[in-house]
Ligand binder design. Structure first.
Ligand code: FAD
Length: 515
């Protein structure tokens, strides 16, 4: 039984995407203010959103379970409640009396954005002070991207909050953890899903920095080697079982260690690439934080309505199941279906294929992918989906050729064959385009589909449509507006030569951050 003074107001810590005790600024601040009730709210309406899935729920379940164990060991059990947050908080107010509410800022999907507004209104009306603290490099209420990259470096370099030694607070009844089925989530087998929880996250971080990460820079573009040599930290960063700051500091510390060595082999380049991607994470998150509409609306107004509003269900379903008849696309999709993860380049290719070759609205294909990612992070996902669909209007149009990608990224065909065993009889030379093989009739349309589109023709038509829009009057000035709003700059435009160097930590690659 915990000891606390009933005279001191209770501090409720609302855990969201910050499922850890270490480096948890809101928990530390609350602990200093009074007895703490740690709270996790399972929101059924959230799980009814189209971008939510049972595999995400399973990863979350692992993570919340471990968090609950750690909180119990520290002296205060986690309170789990099922319902709308404002209803849960009001019920707690009725039983606990007045309290102060603490959480971290969240850049989530449109639903969580709207929910936070409801909670803020409730808090105002109930006289509850709700303090939201920053937990990563994303700036709330930012008015300009000038100097953002440098501020990110500084924020990440600061010491993180320490872990509270001992917690105490009143004993509060908790609800049982609802199953995916109880939340109405569809069956979603993902047999090779990564395990959640902080212990698993720390182990991923350790193994990446000590062993797996050496060939990262070279391996990250290929789905097979990438699965082993990428950090695989994304679901942990997304749910905050690891803080971005501790990951960045671990990366810098590894870089500093490498700088002492005469020969570091591929490690130096790999660590540089890794750390810059942590920077990208917040760079993308900042876009959605600044403009939540990017989840639904084209970033560039000149590209609105380019594709049909409603998806073609047959095409979308074939793509989602990995049955388009284009082997490398299908292999990547089946791997994603089974593991919940895919490397960056192949995520980009899957979106490009849906948006250009299949000419589907990115909102629909992006929602399908969101459900498949155990690391679904709206702030990265939606701006990336838009970028890979050519709707930002400022990035180069990148229509991936899946045949070439297959040949480049899976030269021995091992990955493709692993996920498409029905192509066993196809000779290596024709693996990525079996329709050109003289024996195609044995396989295509029998055990593996014919391609659902003509790759060359579909890409040509899509390219023409996009460039047609890009040539329209007013397109370029709207592109400049997009760049001003979302490009990250260390200094305001025009003052780049006056830029001073930040001594430490190492700067990210600015060229790659421009949008
Ligand atoms: C269409 C599309 C959708 C995506 N959706 C998501 C998503 O929902 N959640 C997600 O975490 N990542 C997403 N990404 C980015 C990237 O593909 C994943 O972060 C990465 O594959 C995760 O594997 P990892 O942790 O091993 O990454 P690593 O390569 O080891 O990188 C380390 C971390 O850096 C961040 N990061 C890496 N690449 C990027 C990038 N290009 N942009 C922003 N941050 C990056 C992630 O937090 C990642 O965990 C998406 C990319 C594309 C093209």
């Amino acid at each position: 039984m915990s000891s606390f003074s009933p005279d001191t107001p209770v501090q409720i810590v609302w855990f969201k995407r910050d499922l850890r005790l270490d480096g948890h600024a809101a928990l530390m601040a609350a602990t200093g203010a009074g007895p703490v009730v740690p709270l996790y709210v399972v929101e059924p309406d959230y799980w009814h959103q189209p971008d939510m899935s049972a595999r995400q729920h399973a990863f979350l379940g692992d993570s919340v379970t471990e968090l609950a164990d750690q909180l119990a060991a520290a002296g205060t059990p986690l309170v789990i409640r099922v319902g709308a947050v404002e209803t849960v908080l009001e019920a707690l107010r009725q039983t606990l009396g007045p309290f102060r509410l603490w959480s971290h800022e969240e850049t989530g999907n449109g639903w969580t954005f709207a929910r936070d507004r409801v909670v803020a209104t409730w808090a105002r009306q109930a006289g509850v002070v709700w303090t939201q603290l920053r937990q990563c490099g994303v700036e709330r209420g930012a008015t300009s991207r000038n100097g953002w990259a440098r501020r990110w470096d500084r924020w990440m370099a600061r010491p993180g909050a320490v872990r509270p030694e001992r917690l105490n607070g009143p004993v509060v009844a908790s609800d049982p953890w609802p199953s995916a089925r109880q939340l109405g989530l569809a069956e979603d087998p993902c047999p090779q899903r990564q395990p959640g929880g902080r212990t698993a996250g720390l182990e991923r971080l350790r193994s990446f920095l000590e062993t797996r990460g050496a060939p990262y820079r070279k391996a990250m573009s290929s789905p097979g080697p990438g699965a082993l040599h990428c950090s695989r930290l994304s679901p942990h960063i997304a749910l905050g079982t690891l803080s971005l700051r501790e990951v960045a500091q671990a990366g810098w510390s590894r870089q500093a260690g490498l700088a002492q060595q005469a020969r570091s082999g591929p490690w130096a380049g790999s660590m540089k690439s890794f750390v810059s991607r942590l920077h990208w994470r917040d760079h993308f998150m900042q876009k959605l934080e600044d403009e939540p509409r990017l989840e639904n609306t084209d970033m560039h107004p000149g590209l609105a309505g380019l594709r049909p509003d409603a998806p073609d269900p047959v095409r979308l379903e074939a793509w989602s199941r990995g049955e388009t008849g284009v082997p490398f696309v299908d292999a990547c999709m089946r791997c994603l279906n089974e593991t919940g993860w895919m490397n960056f380049r192949m995520r980009a290719m899957l979106v490009s294929f849906a948006s250009y070759h299949l000419w589907q609205p990115w909102q629909a294909s992006g929602t399908v992918l969101a459900r498949k990612f155990t690391d679904y992070e709206p702030g990265i996902h939606w701006p990336q989906v838009q970028m890979q669909s050519g709707t930002t209007g400022v990035n180069a149009i990148r229509i991936y050729n899946p045949v070439k990608q297959g040949e480049d990224q899976d030269p021995d065909g091992a990955f493709t064959r692993r996920w498409l065993p029905e192509l066993e009889a196809v000779p290596d030379r024709w693996l990525q385009q079996p329709w050109l093989w003289s024996g195609a009739g044995q396989v295509l349309g029998r055990i593996y589909p014919e391609p659902i589109i003509d790759l060359v023709e579909a890409a040509r038509t899509a390219r023409e449509a996009v460039f047609g829009r890009r040539r329209e009057a007013g397109f370029r000035s709207a592109s400049r507006d997009v760049l001003v709003r979302h490009g990250s700059r260390a200094t305001p435009p025009g003052r780049r030569h006056a830029r001073k160097k930040v001594a430490s930590p190492p700067p990210a690659n600015q060229m790659q951050l421009d949008l």
